[in-house]
Design a protein around this ligand. Structure first.
Ligand SMILES: Nc1ncnc2c1ncn2[C@@H]1O[C@H](COP(=O)(O)OP(=O)(O)O)[C@@H](O)[C@H]1O
Ligand SMILES: [Mg+2]
Length: 507
């Protein structure tokens, strides 16, 4: 009797086994002895009997009782769910973190009861709520309920991350209304290039409404807003676009040595328009603006951009450079959504050199100018372009006037500028009286970055005597920098030999 009891218990205890993988290994053929004519089971048979019982349960479960995504959806939505309309919203892959933020905020705002059902076996399979609602998933390796797989995605400049669902169902119960979201991240290796949220609801108006609200929430909760970001092409991510967070630089006006009228012109165009936004709009003036900073290497184009980035607190800054220049369309779209924003395209001459199929074509440059043109006039978006080669850009800019409202040339520093630069980059170094005059006299035609390097070298020459730097240390460092054997360094730092006038290295 006891043995019978054991056997009878086996299926019940096996129910919990049936969902574990341990059961899936139970494929061994049964012992012939166990099927032989035996009056009553012995203790040694118990294991076999239990296994047989479990097999019976698994078979029964597979025959229709097993929990599938379809059965979960039907249970939540009701049996007539198969024909319910599915609404989909999609975003570029790099918006995954914002979609998660939006979905989380939306769920919290509804105040509804939410259950998350993880999905496994989703990889390499395009499927949607419609598929899951329509049929039982017969494919044992296809999408099925499982653990919620999450991906930590950056959401701030100091290594902050947000756990983002890769593929899961959200079962939402809001009074009598039952809604389901299917959130799925992009999976470029499977050709799924977008993040999607699909919605189905027992209330036919709720689905489209929820989709709209989630889209709005992803914008409202956008984690990129107000940050400094750069666009990059992921080398190992199937050509995926990624956005990287950067810490906003801190750079004060004292650290930027430029003629007063140059700084004033730059600030008026970039910061001033932002400050007087309301008054300008009221007066029918546009906010969208473009600024080109040009001049030889090392005069502070990048430095000025950093200064502007530091000054425009709360402005979304999008940097594009190098091999990410073709992402200009994406950058402009993010800039438009997250205005006020600043789009920075450094060394824009690289775009101009990107020749098209036909001679004289510059597809990327024209795309940039088109994007600038396409933005609404009242969009608070400023474009800051920099180049060493204004000559390359000029024809294109002249042909499409109105995109760049102002081109500001940054010059090699004059004597006053050089004196200010020595003072700035001296830092805590103690220089003898008159030493700065000597440097200023001997450095006609060098760049700001040359002077910065000069003081660093002089400090290295002084070595043990720091923080005191003698006139000789300075002379040694300057001679070193100016010597012909350092011609290479000079080219890199953009310095010209004294008396030879400003040199503008190519490129
Ligand atoms: N006008 C300037 N005022 C203060 N520092 C400058 C200035 N211009 C250049 N520098 C210094 O030289 C470095 C290199 O200059 P950078 O802005 O990169 O030159 P560019 O972009 O014009 O080639 C800067 O990081 C900064 O430290
Ligand atoms: Mg630069």
């Amino acid at each position: 009797m006891q043995d019978q009891a054991w056997v009878a218990h086996a299926p019940r205890s096996g129910v919990s086994f049936a969902t574990t993988t341990a059961v899936e290994g139970e494929g061994t053929p049964s012992d012939p002895q166990a099927t032989g004519p035996q009056d009553r089971p012995e203790l040694a048979d118990v294991g076999r009997l239990v296994r047989r019982g479990v097999r019976g349960v698994v078979a029964a479960a597979r025959a229709g009782e097993v929990t599938t995504l379809t059965s979960i959806l039907r249970e939540h939505l009701g049996t007539d769910s198969a024909g319910m309309p599915v609404v989909e919203e999609s975003w570029p892959a790099y918006e995954h973190v914002n979609v998660q933020a939006g979905v989380d905020a939306w769920l919290a705002a509804t105040g509804a009861e939410v259950k998350v059902v993880g999905i496994v076996g989703f990889q390499h399979r395009p499927f949607g709520l419609g598929d899951l609602l329509a049929q039982e998933a017969r494919d044992p390796y296809g999408p099925r309920p499982g653990n919620v797989a999450r991906l930590n995605l950056p959401c701030g400049p100091d290594g902050e991350v947000r756990a983002c669902v890769r593929c899961a169902l959200y079962l939402v119960t809001d009074g009598p209304t039952r809604t389901v979201l299917l959130l799925r991240g992009a999976e470029p290796e499977s050709g799924i290039g977008q993040v999607t949220v699909q919605v189905v609801s027992t209330d036919p108006t709720r689905g489209p409404e929820a989709a709209r609200e989630i889209r709005a929430a992803t914008i409202e909760r956008n984690v990129f807003r107000g940050h400094v970001l750069s666009f990059a092409q992921e080398m190992f991510g199937h050509g995926q676009t990624a956005l990287h967070f950067h810490r906003r630089p801190t750079l004060t006006a004292e650290q930027l040595i430029l003629p007063t009228q140059t700084i004033a012109a730059v600030e008026r165009q970039v910061v001033g328009v932002a400050e007087h936004k309301a008054a300008l709009l009221a007066a029918g003036q546009h906010l969208k603006r473009g600024l080109l900073l040009y001049g030889p290497p090392g005069v502070g184009k990048t430095h000025t951009v950093r200064y502007l980035t530091a000054s425009l607190h709360g402005t979304t800054v999008l940097q594009l450079s190098g091999d990410a220049l073709h992402l200009i369309g994406e950058a402009c779209s993010v800039a438009r959504t997250l205005a006020p924003s600043m789009v920075i395209i450094e060394d824009v001459d690289l775009i101009a050199e990107d020749r098209g199929m036909h001679p004289g074509q510059h597809p990327l440059l024209f795309q940039l100018l088109n994007e600038m043109d396409g933005l609404a006039e009242d969009a608070d978006v400023v474009f800051v372009l920099t180049t060493n080669r204004a000559d390359l850009l000029e024809p294109a800019l002249a042909a499409r006037p109105g995109r760049v409202d102002q081109a500001i040339e940054l010059h090699l520093p004059d004597a006053e500028g050089r004196r200010a630069l020595v003072e700035l980059y001296r830092g805590g170094l103690a220089l003898p009286d008159g030493a700065a005059d000597d440097v200023v006299r001997r450095t006609e035609g060098v760049t700001a970055s040359f002077l910065k390097e000069l003081l660093r070298r002089a400090a290295l020459v002084a070595g043990d005597r720091l923080p005191t730097v003698s006139a000789d240390d300075l002379t040694t460092a300057l001679d070193e920098l100016l010597e012909t054997r350092n011609a290479m360094t000079r080219t890199l730092l953009g310095g010209g030999a004294p008396g030879s006038g400003p040199s503008v290295p190519e490129g």
